[in-house]
Design a protein around this ligand. Structure first.
Ligand code: SAH
Ligand code: SF4
Ligand code: F3S
Length: 470
């Protein structure tokens, strides 16, 4: 791993420089292989890495080849119907392969579908040996032992977020130079369309000391960019080193003191929890990147209220004005749902107006998907599929144009790019700008892992192209 030199005397650093000679080898000789397939959000990406950390000491090495795996874990997402259904089709393929080629392969379903439909998975897909909800990953070794013994409960869906984090092993083997770090998990907001409060449980924040210890560990392994994640990351209220509850702003400023961490991001924020301290931190902390994902979901106050979002469009608009005043170059990102029950064309036009007035650098937009067990599922005036589709097409045309225009506005500018690896073409490198766009440019491989200056020469809707300057 190449780590660029840094100034050891930098006064802001509270740690030793993030340069280590070799990774400590605490794993047993890895005799078995685990293949983990990840669906859904960043938290699942983080959780998959943590499951790999739990499995390493009991002899499982990660593999990218499902065919050779002794253990296959599907880390699933329940957010929309399609996401959940994918799991069952994947399990069908696994069953066929296992029966024909590898009868001793073990299969686990983890993540939010596991939490929501655990017992159903066990009966609907007998190929599955064990089911683990998101708060139980520290129990994986025990579960695997039970599977091999053929006794014991193979369905774990208890909620104990803090116990999980206490018991996960400290060592992390991050893959690259940018890593997720969960600081808060669960959600108390209960938006009427959303399964997350049921699959991840109540909002729980990890203590500051635990977050800092993990961030240092990542830095030691060469990670230079950390994205602090949580379902409602800006509701963070973990216990600080002074015994008080800390805000996200305080935590960010503290993590920024860690030597080796050069970039910090956070996601996902809720408009209700966007406090002044965090907005000021966006304006004043140079390591915090100028990018904010702040979903509004819909522009109509009537729909926002039916969604139980607990904020109006005006509240959101005022927030954005404050944020832009604090950090004028901020790139905004949002989530949108079209076709929530009762959404009329007039309501939808309010979402279009919101997008026009706010202006987004990137976005995620979805057709409302009925989730059994959520209040939205029982609401009258469900919107027909063809109308949802039509609204999504119109909304995405506007959002994608804004995204492309934003990227084009960066052409001619020189931006800092964290080089993550090789690009698609020979001699090309790939990295990320401060605004999170993927950036392609030519340069030597020795730049991988460094933050370099790239002058942007062209822009597509999803990425930037540039020349390496220095
Ligand atoms: N606050 C969360 C949101 C998770 S869900 C976070 O930390 O990311 C991500 C997005 O999926 C939501 O913002 C919403 O736009 C979308 N979504 C959630 N439930 C949905 C549903 N039932 N149908 C369509 N989209 C949905
Ligand atoms: Fe879901 Fe709403 Fe919680 Fe986000 S804030 S996870 S959309 S319930
Ligand atoms: Fe999906 Fe669960 Fe994340 S439902 S979006 S994997 S919190």
């Amino acid at each position: 791993m190449t780590i660029s030199p840094r100034d050891k005397n930098a006064p802001r650093d509270i740690d030793a420089p993030a340069i280590i000679a070799a990774k400590p080898d605490v794993t047993k000789p890895n005799t078995k292989k685990v293949f983990i397939k990840t669906y859904g959000c960043q938290m699942n990406v983080y959780d998959s890495e943590r499951m790999a950390d739990v499995l390493a000491p009991i002899g499982y090495a990660p593999t990218e080849e499902p065919d050779h795996a002794d253990l296959v874990i599907l880390n699933t997402c329940h957010i929309r119907e399609k996401a959940a259904e994918k799991v069952y089709s994947e399990l069908g393929r696994i069953r066929q392969y296992k029966e024909k080629n590898k009868p001793d392969m073990k299969v686990a379903v983890a993540g939010c579908v596991a939490q929501a439909e655990g017992a159903e998975i066990m009966s609907r897909a007998p190929v599955v040996d064990m089911v683990l909800g998101p708060q139980t990953y520290h129990k994986l070794p025990e579960m695997i032992a039970k599977v091999h013994r053929g006794t014991g409960d193979l369905l774990e869906t208890e909620f104990d977020t803090l116990e999980k984090f206490d018991q996960l092993p400290e060592l992390r083997q991050p893959k690259g130079f940018s890593s997720f770090l969960t600081i808060q998990e669960g959600c108390d907001k209960f938006c009427t369309f959303c399964v997350v409060p049921y699959t991840r449980g109540a909002e729980v924040s990890r203590p500051v000391a635990q977050v800092v210890a993990e961030a240092r560990q990542l830095a030691k392994h060469g990670v230079r960019e950390i994205t602090l994640i949580g379902q409602n990351v800006n509701a963070y209220n973990g216990v600080g080193e002074d015994g008080n509850q800390w805000t996200l702003g305080q935590l960010i400023r503290h993590v920024a003191l860690i030597g080796g961490i050069d970039r910090i991001r956070f996601t996902t924020s809720h408009p209700r929890d966007m406090d002044d301290d965090l907005i000021e931190t966006l304006g004043s902390e140079p390591k915090l990147m100028p990018y904010l994902h702040l979903p509004i979901q819909a522009g109509s106050n009537k729909i926002l209220s039916a969604m139980n979002r607990d904020h109006t469009y005006d509240h959101y608009k005022n927030l954005i004005a404050k944020i832009r005043a604090a950090r004028p170059d901020i790139a905004l990102s949002g989530d949108f749902i079209v076709g929530f029950p009762g959404e009329t064309e007039t309501d939808f036009q309010q979402t279009m107006k919101c997008v026009e007035e706010i202006g987004y650098g990137s976005s995620f937009s979805f057709k409302y998907s009925v989730r059994p067990g959520t209040p939205g599922a029982g609401l009258p005036r469900q919107v027909p599929e063809d109308i949802k589709q039509d609204r999504l097409v119109r909304l995405q045309a506007l959002l994608y144009k804004q995204q492309h225009d934003f990227n084009l506005s960066l052409v001619g500018k020189t931006l800092d790019v964290l080089v993550e690896g090789r690009g698609r073409k020979n001699g090309q490198l790939f990295g990320r700008s401060p605004y999170l766009q993927g950036t392609h440019f030519d340069g030597p491989e020795s730049l991988i892992g460094q933050i370099v200056k790239v002058k942007m020469t062209d822009a597509g809707r999803n990425s930037l192209i540039g020349d390496w300057v220095e």
